[in-house]
Design a protein around this ligand. Structure first.
Ligand SMILES: *[C@@H]1O[C@H](CO)[C@@H](O)[C@H](O)[C@H]1NC(C)=O
Ligand SMILES: *[C@@H]1O[C@H](CO)[C@@H](O)[C@H](O)[C@H]1NC(C)=O
Length: 368
């Protein structure tokens, strides 16, 4: 009797410890990919930006919505015109207040190639029509050891650093001397994933090259880690690196299998083996340039099973990823925004997810 009640309480503690809360109410009907979020204290509005034509914009006066589509960041598209893209599809926005201006990084990438660039635009308000495009900061081309997508800017003791990259060579970080100018040649410091060496040459349709924000993928399972928010916004002294990854290691042979399966998903609307879908992993470092380790001291560059797995499939949430971190000045809490597919809609759309994150234990945990 005692033993079984002990087991029971251990079991319920375990369940409690690992139960991931559902997305907060109000966001679950917004279809998007790769959300980023910021708050304008003057207009008292939250802005969510997402992959899509000219970077789509949604606003709300509360984190719980209602969210309204209000237009786009670059309705006349980017000034980066030498990379062929269709329908002005710009990917994976990252937004942050830098020196008093809202600063938004976006990706321009020719589908299935390393012909990519990260561009940057600024605005005093984030409202559609208020953005100034400053063009490319980092570029990549065929044969480079990296892919210039999925930018993420951080301010470390007044110094700007831009993280970027994909499963194609991994995640890197370059120092910036201005929001649109690097002070070292890319790719800079290798932070996570990949081998930092050129990937196999990609055929024009190879799924290896499909960037995270690809809107052509009907599921949330692109084989790419996305570099987002190395800092818990509440505690800049202890940087964290958040990755989306679709297998435990972007290096392992599993990925080859997974890529093939992504093609299968595209055609047959089936899912990858459970556990190999998109999820959010985290590593912690002493410096914003790494090395990022998990609780067991494993470097997340090592692939395999390293990194805290803080958000995977649960309840009706399947393959969450494409995340951004944000310090909400209203609730004074840290917030994660991400996209996910509904568990019960195989091959379905991606939806906005928002949750609070608690860093007080030293490990980020999604909480109510
Ligand atoms: C987009 O182009 C149109 C036509 O040239 C112009 O009227 C409009 O102001 C432009 N919008 C922005 C946000 O630059
Ligand atoms: C950075 O942006 C400013 C303002 O738009 C522009 O004048 C400058 O040429 C840009 N620098 C680079 C390196 O693109």
């Amino acid at each position: 009797m005692k033993l079984s009640s002990l087991l029971l309480s251990v079991a319920s503690l375990t369940t409690l410890a690992f139960a991931i809360p559902n997305p907060i109410p109000g966001s679950s009907n917004i279809q998007l990919r790769d959300p980023a979020i910021a708050y304008n204290a003057a207009s008292k509005k939250y802005f969510v930006f997402s992959t899509g034509k000219g970077i789509r914009t949604y606003t709300a006066t509360s984190l719980t919505g209602p969210w309204t589509a209000v237009g786009s960041v670059l309705p006349n598209c980017t000034v980066i015109t030498d990379i062929p893209i269709s329908g002005c599809s710009l990917w994976a926005p990252d937004v942050r207040l830098v020196n008093g201006r809202y600063t938004l990084y976006y990706s321009v990438s020719q589908l299935s190639t390393q012909n990519s660039a990260i561009g940057v635009a600024t605005s005093p308000t984030m409202e559609p029509g208020s953005w100034t495009d400053h063009g490319a900061v980092v570029r990549s081309k065929k044969g480079d050891s990296y892919n210039a997508i999925d930018g993420n800017v951080v301010l470390d003791n007044g110094k700007l650093k831009l993280g970027f990259g994909s499963y194609w060579g991994g995640i890197f970080q370059v120092d910036l001397k201005a929001i649109n100018k690097t002070s070292q040649s890319p790719p800079g410091t290798h932070l996570a994933g990949g081998t930092a060496a050129p990937r196999r040459a990609a055929s024009p349709t190879s799924p290896w090259a499909r960037p995270t924000g690809s809107s052509s993928s009907p599921t949330a399972t692109p084989p790419s880690p996305a570099y987002v928010s190395p800092f818990p916004p509440s505690s800049p002294s202890s940087p964290f690196l958040f990755l989306s990854s679709s297998s435990l290691s972007p290096l392992s042979p599993v990925l080859t299998y997974l890529c093939l399966c992504v093609s299968c998903v595209l055609q047959e609307k089936t899912r990858v083996a459970a556990g190999r879908e998109y999820k959010v992993r985290v590593g912690r470092a002493k410096s914003s340039s790494g090395p990022f380790l998990d609780g067991s001291g494993h470097a997340i560059t090592a692939g395999t099973t390293s990194g805290w797995n803080i958000l995977g499939s649960h309840d009706n949430v399947y393959a969450p990823g494409g995340q951004s971190l944000f310090r909400d000045p209203v609730s004074r809490r840290d917030v994660i925004v991400y996209h996910y597919v509904r568990m019960d809609e195989v091959g379905g759309a991606s939806y906005l997810g928002i949750n609070y994150v608690d860093f007080s234990s030293g490990e980020p945990v999604l909480v109510n």
